[in-house]
Design a protein around this ligand. Structure first.
Ligand code: L34
Length: 286
């Protein structure tokens, strides 16, 4: 069994971007700029957003932070997005989810200029992913692909099972696996024979949101197990969807939580920001 080190893989991605950014600054006279919006004071979201800002600093991007109160109206948020859409110095716009209940997420995500949509949540970018023609990939699924690739295992013809069908993880995840010629099964809360289907997976991606959901009997010997979940267990400790201690004895490779998919999500956001910047500013990237 091998523990996949998401921190190390993410650092490699960030170090490459750091080099590329240095070159952009020297040769083109600009660095990418990411605007991050957070509404309200959800402590988990604050940690994620602060990790995003730190990553920008590390690589050398410009970052703009907008911390808006819980009471912000949908109209006010739309006005800020419109301002950032029209600001030529801004390359990427991210509005951290979840948003307060009185704001409609879909309306907000649709309002972000799809060329600045570094989350790849805009319907245009979602459509491009479906077709297989994209320069912006959703961060968490893209990070999962990098983690799978870091094991050196080929996906061609393999059984890949995704548990969870969210727009943010499960659905785009399945498409990326499909583009790489895996045979993909999407499982969810109504799936019959979940255990049997999972136990047949060469690659198992868990994105459920329930601590300890994936047990050892659901995992094939030698499988690659990717844990996208971030939960708190009864002791308040951060943990994924997978019963890590038991499953790690059976898996061929497994991601931990923390230190697995979380850092990769951020690294992929950084990559999207770079790509958005060179695409938007028509830079021929060498
Ligand atoms: N718009 N909203 C938008 N884009 C996203 O890509 C996200 N996501 C998810 C929640 N809402 C979003 C994130 O950024 C989840 N997510 C995210 C980002 C970073 C980390 C986890 C989730 C992360 O840094 N995880 C660390 C531990 C952090 C901690 O200590 O709490 C880890 O090692 O897993």
């Amino acid at each position: 069994m091998k523990i996949i080190d998401g921190k190390a893989v993410s650092l490699k991605v960030k170090d490459e971007l750091k080099e590329q950014t240095k070159r952009l600054a020297q040769e083109q006279g600009f660095v990418p700029c990411l605007a991050v919006i957070i509404v309200g004071e959800d402590p988990a979201s604050q940690v994620y957003v602060s990790n995003k800002k730190k990553a920008c600093e590390y690589i050398g991007y410009k970052s703009l932070g907008f911390e808006l109160p819980e009471s912000t109206t949908q109209q006010e948020l739309l006005e800020l997005i419109e301002k950032l859409n029209n600001d030529d110095t801004v390359d990427g716009i991210l509005c951290q989810l979840p948003l307060p209940k009185h704001i409609d997420e879909e309306t907000i995500l649709n309002a972000i200029d799809y060329d600045k949509d570094v989350d790849a949540f805009h319907p245009t970018n979602v459509g491009k992913i479906m077709i297989g023609n994209y320069h912006m990939l959703p961060c968490t699924p893209a990070g999962v692909m990098e983690l799978i690739d870091s094991t050196g295992v080929s996906l061609e013809g393999k059984n890949a099972v995704v548990i969870g069908r969210s727009n943010i993880v499960g659905k785009p995840m399945s498409m990326l696996l499909l583009h790489r010629n895996a045979t993909v099964t999407i499982c969810h809360s109504r799936t019959a024979n979940l255990k049997e289907i999972c136990a047949n997976a060469d690659i198992l991606v868990a994105a459920v949101g329930k601590a300890g959901f994936v047990t050892e009997d659901m995992v094939k010997e030698g499988a690659i197990v990717i844990d996208v979940g971030i939960n708190r267990n009864a002791q308040g400790k951060l943990c994924g969807d997978v019963d890590f201690e038991r499953v790690k004895e059976k898996a061929g490779a497994i991601t931990p939580v923390p230190g697995g998919c979380g850092p990769m999500t951020i690294a992929m956001l950084m990559k999207n920001t770079y790509n958005a910047a060179v695409h938007r500013r028509n830079v021929i990237d060498k």
